[in-house]
Design a protein around this ligand. Sequence first.
Ligand code: PLP
Length: 423
Amino acid sequence: MQDPQAAPDWLDRFGATMNPGLARVLRFMGLDEVEVTGSGAELIDHAGRRFLDCSGGYGVFLHGYRHPRLVEAARRQLDQLAMSSRVLLNPRTIELAELLAEVAPGDLQYSFFTNSGTESVEAALKFARAATGRSRFISTWGAFHGKSMGALAVSGRALYQDPFRPLIGDVTHVAYGSLEELASTLADDVAAVILEPIQGEGGVIVPPPGYLAGARRLTEQHGALLIADEVQTGLGRTGDLFAVNHEHVVPDLLCLSKALSGGIVPVGAVIGRPGVWEFFSEAPLIHTSTFGGNPLATAVAAEAIRVVREEDLVGQARAKGAWLLPALQEVARRYPTVLREVRGRGLMIGMETATAGVGGALMSELFHRGVVAVYTYNNERVLRLLPPLVIRPDQLEQVVERLDQAARAVAAMHLEEVGHAAR
Ligand code: PLP
């Protein structure tokens, strides 16, 4: 019998039953590989080819693929109770909430559990409205907070928003990184300012020092809340457990998802300060989710936090990022027609290409050399590198070496094009 995973027509079947447009794009890019398994920083396809996964499932695989402790935590919980009755309390859910209260910045204490990043943002927006009695939000251009209607409204890219106008709510966008714009836009009718501590999908934009602390001060002056969307940055990726910690900022609400799953079971969370949570006392069921906080997901998520601590993944992100960033910047200096800038913090790195057209070619050259790196959603000129924090030093060296080869190949194509144009 034919091995179903090796069937040659997965892309056709994907196009026929899921997304014909995306199938066309993938075919054009020559991306018809099928994933089968993974281990550590490696993703393995149907033909047994190994890829160094530098997009890390867009930030999900902080712990690497199939971390043994997380697989075991899932197995244990599956044998006991995967989903909750939602009538009786579940200890796994409470344990995760306790752990989050312990590790979260400042007095962030209460958790509401969701199943994805966009749901965490949705919940945070509702909680901010309930807590303040106000309805206006301030967000930033280039922000990415998810694609459900509320999260989409506070995201900052017309491409994803325009087909759905009018969007929900009263949202004002300001330039990311500018405290002046924030100060001149904030007023006493604003429920919350929502920010990513580092914009991920906007192209890995690290704000100027003092930005988050300044935003915190300004929101306090106006009685507005600060929502930190740490869906991509949370749990150690940037070299601190939370990226707001770099500026010792305690937001009123903090959104998590992606890495909290341990790469095993989807989960998300919003953590809030006691004052924000008061509305739950009057209406305990005002916001609910059937699957949110299910014991399977929360058992794995709690173990995922313990692994981050016990394996010092935060320290690993810091040390590996400190080696990788300058090494990539050195490659960029050698190929200025391909790479304009490499920036980031910890193991959250963006490589901005010299021209819009070059990104696809670089991505494809990297892929054919066994390195997975993909665009950021809101900035096609930036390839993101979000490798698992457990990536080994020798694997990081391979990433740099293959990037050098890929950039050289793309630079040669570029020279050829310039030559053709001149003839
Ligand atoms: N917020 C941020 C900062 C994100 O990076 C993302 C996803 O990339 C989301 C929210 C949305 O998460 P999800 O795709 O799980 O809905």
